[in-house]
Design a protein around this ligand. Structure first.
Ligand SMILES: [Cu+2]
Length: 497
């Protein structure tokens, strides 16, 4: 099956830490087959719902994910959620004895001193679903994301972690150390599907007693805080029109001063490269399946006969997109690229007018999120009502910022990350400096979306690439097994220069 685990890169110098220990928690959703298998069936059958691949043969039996705001994730059949590879599988529709369980993951903090602090490194390594993390009776002090510290810690009850995102969280030992506590990983599923919950145990007792703890009761008078909501309101209001859950969005987070590039935050700066990427779905026909794309262009990777870093231009020309308008008739894909020269300021306006949430991830650089615009929700039900009115897109994925609003002009954020969740109906404006030469992917982290084409390749400082590669005598092609791996491997290769 392969290997799955956290890979933590520490800074060269580590300041003295007060934590008594740390735990790496890899969280992920689980399917009973590979995305690639699903993809093949989809492409062959020309439809999105590969019912025959699941033991559940009736389409009405498939668990479709719908988030509390009404957005979707992907047409994939997630059967379990795992914490460090451990989880439970059960089929709520099957007869008895159909469930399987693996032993719970225990985080051992037996004999934790009073007020001891522990660091959790949370990673959503899944392929389809954003995950919601909490520990009973333990508030979460969230201090960093994607390896970059926040200006101020945020103390919350729950934390939403999008696909590919990483969060550093501190927890304090509980006052009552005579019991064990549940650690919970849920989704944003509106229908609370029983399959999509995982549990681990924060262990204070020397025995492995199963906890009996409960999550905090979120009420109108004592609402719970959820950090990193991709929308402004989590679920319906209570009967008295109050909220029991308060959403903190990325706009509530600011990156630590030391990690901010003031030049990028400046509203008057004119980026050298500007690109709108709209998350779009190319419609399927009888002959072919639909696919997720940026600007209705699906990614076709160039052949690896000549390693892409040896001849980036050749790669670009092989399946060039020629700035063509959409070709929804053929659904043909091409090598979708953005070029930048060394030290260019690159700005992307990312617009999601699709039905799905899309977690977006950049390789090779961090970006500054300078503006966020969220969808308009029904203020009673919390469900999607309309796209954010600041941006308008036509059927050719040409988006423009509405003149009468401040959207796309006025920065309202200062957050540095390499992965963000873009919710249905929302947009974000991100900027980064092209100082890391290479061929880097920017893609949706939802695996079926990535696999079907929602990805773009950034060619940064092509003129510096060959120089850099030529100074190595090893045949780089030996290292570059697949295109995605190539980008990861070759990054390390270049970084040693
Ligand atoms: Cu996506």
């Amino acid at each position: 099956m392969g290997l799955l685990g956290g890979f933590i890169v520490h800074p060269r110098t580590v300041t003295t830490r007060e934590e008594h220990g740390e735990f790496v928690l890899v969280l992920n959703d689980w399917q009973h087959f590979y995305t690639s298998e699903q993809h093949q069936v989809l492409m062959a059958s020309g439809q999105f719902y590969p019912n025959s691949m699941e033991s559940l043969t009736q389409p009405s039996n498939i668990d479709y994910f719908e988030a509390v705001d009404g957005s979707r994730a992907a047409e994939a059949l997630v059967t379990s959620i795992l914490i460090n590879g451990r989880g439970q599988y059960f089929d709520p529709r099957a007869a008895n004895n159909s469930s399987s369980t693996t032993p719970f993951e225990y985080l051992n903090i037996i004999s934790a001193p009073n007020n001891a602090t522990y660091r959790l490194r949370l990673i959503n390594g899944g392929s389809v679903l954003s995950l919601k993390f909490s520990i009973d009776v333990h508030p979460l002090t969230v201090i960093a994301s994607d390896g970059i510290p926040f200006a101020q810690p945020l103390i919350v009850d729950q934390l939403i972690i999008g696909l590919g995102e990483r969060y550093d969280v501190l927890i304090k030992a509980a006052t009552d150390k005579t019991r064990n506590y549940w650690m919970r990983v849920d989704t944003m599923d509106k229908n609370n599907n029983p399959r999509w919950h995982a549990r681990a145990i924060l262990q204070y007792m020397s025995n492995t007693t199963i906890p009996t703890t409960q999550p905090r009761n979120c009420t109108a008078t004592q609402p719970c805080l959820i950090l990193n909501c991709p929308f402004a309101q989590y679920g319906p209001k209570l009967n008295d029109n109050a909220m029991s859950l308060i959403c903190l969005t990325p706009q509530n987070i600011t990156t630590h001063e030391d990690y901010l590039d003031r030049g990028l935050l400046n509203e008057t700066v004119v980026p050298n490269v500007r690109k709108t990427l709209q998350m779009t779905m190319v419609e399927g026909t009888d002959e072919r399946a639909a696919f997720e794309s940026f600007n209705y262009i699906g990614m076709q990777y160039p052949s690896m006969d000549i390693p892409i870093l040896y001849d980036a231009r050749h790669a670009r020309e092989q399946f060039a997109c020629f700035n063509r308008s959409l070709d929804t008739n053929t659904g043909d894909k091409c090598y979708h690229t953005v070029m930048a020269r060394y030290n260019d300021v690159v700005e992307f306006l990312l617009v999601n007018h699709d039905d799905d949430q899309h977690p977006l991830h950049l390789h090779g650089s961090y970006f500054h999120i300078v503006e966020q615009g969220l969808a308009v929700l029904n203020s009673t039900t919390g469900e999607f009502l309309a796209n954010n009115p600041n941006v308008d897109c036509n059927e050719h994925a040409e988006c423009k910022c509405i003149e009468t609003t401040e959207g796309c002009k006025k920065n309202n954020m200062r957050l540095v990350k390499d992965t963000i969740q873009l919710s249905k109906g929302g947009y974000m404006r991100i900027r980064f400096r092209a100082t890391n030469p290479g061929i880097w992917l920017f893609h949706c982290h939802t695996e079926p979306h990535l696999s079907r084409g929602m990805v773009i390749a950034l060619h940064i400082a092509e003129d510096r690439l060959f120089q850099s590669i030529a100074s190595h005598s090893t045949n780089i092609a030996d290292h570059c097994i697949s295109i995605v791996l190539a980008f990861a491997f070759c990054f390390i290769y270049l970084a040693t220069d």
